[in-house]
Design a protein around this ligand. Structure first.
Ligand code: SF4
Ligand SMILES: [Zn+2]
Length: 113
């Protein structure tokens, strides 16, 4: 069970706010949207999106709260899951039109004979 960053009491992972100190833990009232909070220095200092210069948030580089924060150490050590890649598409899915046309020609020739 995670701990509240302010009072450090255990809170449910789905809690929108801390039941002890009322600190907001999730952004926009959505249980799946974690609101990351800085302790001493801005989150951007250790964020992968600051390091690769891909962040366009206006609060960068001094963000003390952020929903997209991605710890650069987690990214570098492989703790973060690999980006999703779709499974390969079967060959016939891209050729359905040609398969249908071929079948129509075969059926047409069979009927003509
Ligand atoms: S995603 Fe958030 S923490 Fe990361 S660089 Fe942008 S503003 Fe900073
Ligand atoms: Zn708390």
């Amino acid at each position: 069970m995670p701990a509240c960053p302010r009072c450090e009491k255990s809170v449910s992972a789905a809690a929108l706010s801390c039941p002890n100190c009322n600190l907001t833990l999730k952004a926009h009232g959505h249980p799946g949207m974690i609101l990351y909070r800085a302790k001493d220095e801005p989150l951007c200092v250790t964020c992968a999106y600051d390091a690769d210069n891909s962040c366009t948030f206006s609060k960068r580089p001094d963000a003390m709260t952020c929903t997209l924060y991605q710890n650069i150490n987690a990214t570098q050590s492989g703790l973060q899951s690999a980006p999703y890649s779709a499974p390969p598409r079967p060959w016939w899915k891209g050729n359905l039109v040609w398969i249908a046309l071929g079948l129509m020609i075969v059926v047409g020739v069979a009927i003509a004979l």
